[in-house]
Design a protein around this ligand. Structure first.
Ligand SMILES: [Zn+2]
Length: 408
């Protein structure tokens, strides 16, 4: 347990900065946390003694003593991360650096019912990759889920074949450590904040175009669900009330009914006059590729989707003036087609002063984004929990790195 004089809040802030930036000097820790130098020195001494933080090198500053380069010890804590995306279930085990040490994934038939035994099996598979002596340092799990969760923990997710499934109760029952749950759009916000392009950004949004259109929103540097707010249903904003496109929510002209990947493919097949439904495995990237190579129908469909997305985003821009919009999912592979039209739509529909200030980019975190986000969620929530923070800072069973430091 931290010595009484070391405020837990100091430890939280220092560990959070290391999680984002990986290596820092003492001076950089002081600057990044805004804590005073004496508090940082006190807390770092404690963290170095427990082995939670280790010295990895020195910087020769030319005059005076060289500056130590510090980072957290990855082995101090591990987090299970689970991404319940509808077509593939992903499991990971990340260390305190946020690196994925073990992973396991398997296909999942969209909308078939997910059994909890498969979830437990996935967690056991990634834990199996960890040295048994370190199992006690697996502190918590973070789960990124699709669909809509009610306050009592019941989840309705078409992708997983669940209708008011008591997910929170069930997952807490089968997993042997605390579990933190988050809607997938917000998980992407966690990942970009911790490891991506939104580090240090306050008000921004993540938009993912896949089977649906999801959104995560960060306000004052935190995902809005951290403030207890729900919502963020950008995919079900009406962008064309007279459109023939009916959404899976039952309403007409939702953004998702026009701009989600399956609906882009659907429109392409409808407009080519082929009549028949598209083959189940026809990828949206093929529509993008055809649009690039001059297929007029493909171009019309992609442009319609991009303009619909831009219109919906213009409302979001007017509502809360984000400084940054990060696009993820299938939209990444069509950035050359989509980004110019998004910019044009924002300029046309959002207030000029607000639209001008929005930077639009695409995510660089790849397929692991929700795994990284789920792990980051588990880390952040563990820091906030006094008992779990205590475990992160408890002395490591393998003290050689501490001894190495102590000998200097
Ligand atoms: Zn809808």
């Amino acid at each position: 347990m931290p010595a009484p004089k070391i405020a837990q809040q100091w430890l939280r802030e220092i560990l959070a900065v290391f999680y984002q930036r990986r290596t820092l000097t003492r001076g950089e820790v002081v600057e990044a946390t805004g804590l005073n130098a004496a508090s940082v020195s006190h807390a770092l001494r404690f963290l170095l003694t427990s082995g939670t933080v280790i010295k990895t090198g020195e910087i020769d500053s030319g005059a005076g003593r060289p500056r130590e380069v510090l980072r957290v010890n990855g082995e101090a804590a591990y987090f299970a991360a689970i991404d319940l995306e509808g077509t593939r279930l992903r499991f990971g085990l990340t260390n305190l650096l946020g690196d994925i040490c073990c992973r396991w994934e398997h296909d999942f038939r969209y909308a078939s019912r997910l059994e909890m035994s498969r979830l437990l099996h996935g967690v056991e598979m990634v834990l199996g990759g960890l040295d048994p002596s370190l199992h006690s340092r697996v502190l918590a799990a973070g789960i990124s889920y699709p669909g809509l969760m009610e306050p009592d923990g019941h989840l309705t997710a078409v992708n997983l074949g669940w209708n008011r499934f008591p997910f929170r109760d069930e997952v807490e029952r089968i997993l042997p450590f605390p579990v933190f749950l988050q809607a997938d759009g917000h998980t992407c916000v966690e990942a970009e904040s911790s490891h991506g392009q939104a580090q240090g950004r306050e008000n921004w949004m993540f938009v993912i175009v896949e089977n649906g259109v999801g959104v995560g929103i960060s306000v004052d540097g935190r995902p809005i669900d951290a403030c207890g707010l729900k919502g963020g249903e950008l995919g079900h904003c009406t962008v064309d009330p007279a459109a023939p496109d009916i959404c899976k929510c039952g309403k007409r002209g939702c953004l998702e009914a026009i701009a989600s990947s399956p609906n882009i493919v659907r429109q392409y097949f409808e407009n080519t006059g082929a009549g028949a439904a598209p083959p189940a495995d026809f990828p949206v990237t093929e529509v993008f590729e055809r649009a690039r190579s001059g297929d007029k129908t493909a171009r019309v469909v992609v442009e319609r989707a991009a303009r619909a997305l831009g219109l919906a985003l213009s409302h979001a821009v007017n509502l809360f003036a984000p400084e940054l919009i990060i696009l993820g999912g299938d939209a990444i592979s069509a950035q050359d087609l989509i980004l110019p039209l998004l910019r044009e739509a924002l300029d046309r529909h959002a207030l000029a002063g607000l639209a001008r200030n929005v930077e639009i980019t695409v995510s660089k975190l790849g397929l692991d984004i929700r795994l990284k986000g789920a792990a980051s969620l588990a880390f952040r929530r563990s820091l906030a929990d006094p008992m779990l923070l205590q475990k992160i800072c408890s002395p490591l069973a393998v003290p050689y790195r501490v001894l190495e430091y102590a000998q200097r």
